[in-house]
Design a protein around this ligand. Structure first.
Ligand SMILES: [Zn+2]
Length: 252
């Protein structure tokens, strides 16, 4: 069955690679954002609805509500600009380059990224404490099952261009988060792998006992078309690198 998807629809997916080499091509609609709690200043922390629902499921899984607090979620482009400028002024160039993404190149502008902190004492807005022990460690280990990855792991700065951020999680969705986590790769490396998967030579894989068929087609401003088997659930997401990744539930 032939499906057609527009450029805007494709960017409502969860596989967008956003970094200093791939600025975000389409921003989320305001109506897609919901609050996941309040930050230290009492302002709502917003996430895209799909990411918010799974964050809540993840916190349920580890009984983390209250012990883990949202620190920063969706940021408007102007907010990222102000944060970048403030950080540059207060902490200088090296620190800012390591921890704050360039405006337009921040995952926080997608509404799919969340900085979380351990609810203990004063919480640092730029670098909240999120240890690998206790409930925070449990959150980190359960994240992939709920579709989240630790986006900037230690030792991956050459690839991500961002220093280790143990507090920054990114919603990728199922099964991709589990596939990334099992391989121990970054989103950059995973996106590269998917570039090789075509409709004729898809990636056939398994995650949590389910089979998946994954392929990629080129995506332009006009959108794109692809074929999926009739009656089979599927999802599609722009990769923000000129392609659309199609995930079909089942061994198509
Ligand atoms: Zn972050």
């Amino acid at each position: 069955m032939i499906q057609h998807i527009t450029f805007a629809e494709a960017h409502r997916g969860t596989l967008l690679l956003v970094n200093d080499r791939h600025p975000l091509a389409a921003w989320p609609e305001g109506s897609a954002l919901v609050s996941v709690g309040a930050d230290a200043a009492g302002c709502p922390v917003l996430l895209r609805r799909d990411a918010a629902r799974m964050l809540s499921a993840l916190l349920d899984t580890v009984r983390g509500h209250g012990a883990i607090v949202p620190v920063s979620g969706w940021r408007a482009h102007a907010e990222q600009e102000a944060l970048y400028a403030d950080c540059l002024r207060e902490h200088g160039e090296a620190f800012t380059a390591a921890y704050v993404a360039l405006p337009g190149c921040s995952e926080h502008e997608t509404g799919l990224a969340i900085d979380v902190g351990e609810a203990r004492g004063e919480i640092d807005f730029i670098r909240p404490a999120f240890p690998d022990t206790g409930v925070c460690g449990a959150f980190r280990r359960a994240a992939a099952r709920c579709g989240f990855i630790e986006r900037y792991p230690d030792g991956a700065r050459e690839i991500t261009h961002i220093g280790a951020e143990p507090w920054h999680f990114r919603y990728i969705g199922v099964p991709h988060a589990a596939l990334i986590s099992t391989q121990g790769v970054t989103l950059e490396e995973y996106a590269e792998q998917l570039m090789a998967c075509t409709p004729a030579r898809p990636l056939r894989t398994e995650s949590a006992g389910r089979a998946y068929t994954i392929f990629r087609v080129p995506l332009t401003e006009e959108g794109t078309s692809f074929e999926v088997p009739e009656g089979t659930p599927w999802q599609a997401s722009a990769d923000n690198c000129g392609g659309l990744v199609v995930t079909v539930w089942g061994a198509a």
